[in-house]
Design a protein around this ligand. Structure first.
Ligand code: SF4
Length: 247
């Protein structure tokens, strides 16, 4: 008992009181911006990007957060600060095209019907469709003592029968394609689809692999995109809360 109290005293209260205003620690790479006028060798800069997320051409520049692994390689390669990553972590979007950014991101607007159905309670089934376990670990962290996503009525459940939708991680390997489809249809209607991480959104570094089967997304459009590699718990929770219209 004494030991337990001692440990609690050392750890103090680990709960992040306000998820909405909390920020990731220093070193976090968030929303990028590109200065097209900076004196950089943009062709070579683009060539170091492992996913083709960076595009600089015809006087326009953007990074596709749906593909970007936030590895920072492009910024390291720039000699004159042509690319910078801010600490801004609220990177979720409801439209795929909104993830193609240069310094700004459209905030998520909650739809009334989504708020009506899921505003107070959202149960999700996670499907790791060939993920490396990084996004899965961060999703797990969302429910731990620090982030405690459950306080907002958002929880992961063991069975898709109890779920309002699926959270997909990984590029969707051929071996997981049917299991993903089955899980989706096992959820109650109206079911939602949330994709977490560059792999799930675009295939990420596996986008050209013959071992993936992303036809699921041709049949079922994601309702919410949450970028990262892996996505940060604060990014994940804030995107979900914005999506369901929670305070
Ligand atoms: S940070 Fe993103 S855009 Fe830059 S090299 Fe890495 S994946 Fe490409």
């Amino acid at each position: 008992m004494l030991e337990t109290l001692k440990t609690l005293g050392l750890q103090k209260n680990q709960l992040i009181k306000d998820i909405r205003t909390a920020t990731p620690k220093d070193g976090f790479r968030g929303l990028p911006s590109i200065d097209i006028n900076a004196d950089e060798n943009w062709q070579e800069c683009m060539s170091v990007c492992p996913t083709g997320a960076l595009k600089v051409a015809d006087g326009e520049a953007s990074i596709d957060l749906g593909k970007c692994t936030l590895c920072g390689e492009c910024a390291r390669y720039c000699k004159n600060d042509g690319i910078k990553f801010s600490k801004f972590h609220k990177l979720g979007a409801v439209n795929r095209e909104d993830l193609i950014v240069n310094g700004e991101l459209n905030p998520i607007k909650c739809k009334e019907e989504i708020k009506k159905f899921f505003g107070k309670s959202l149960k999700l089934r996670q499907v790791s469709a060939g993920g490396c376990n990084s996004c899965e670990m961060e999703l797990n962290a969302c429910s731990n003592a620090n982030f405690d996503m459950g306080r907002y009525g958002v929880d992961f459940v063991a069975s898709p029968r109890h779920a309002d939708g699926v959270v997909i991680t990984g590029p969707v390997t051929k071996n997981m394609a049917k299991a993903l489809e089955d899980t989706y249809f096992a959820c109650a209607e109206p079911r939602i689809v949330i994709v977490v991480g560059a792999c799930a959104i675009s295939g990420g570094v596996f986008q050209d692999s013959e071992e993936i089967d992303r036809s699921f997304f041709e049949r079922h459009k994601p309702d919410l995109y949450i970028p990262g590699c892996p996505a940060h718990p604060l990014t994940i929770i804030n995107a979900i809360l914005d999506f369901i219209g929670a305070k």
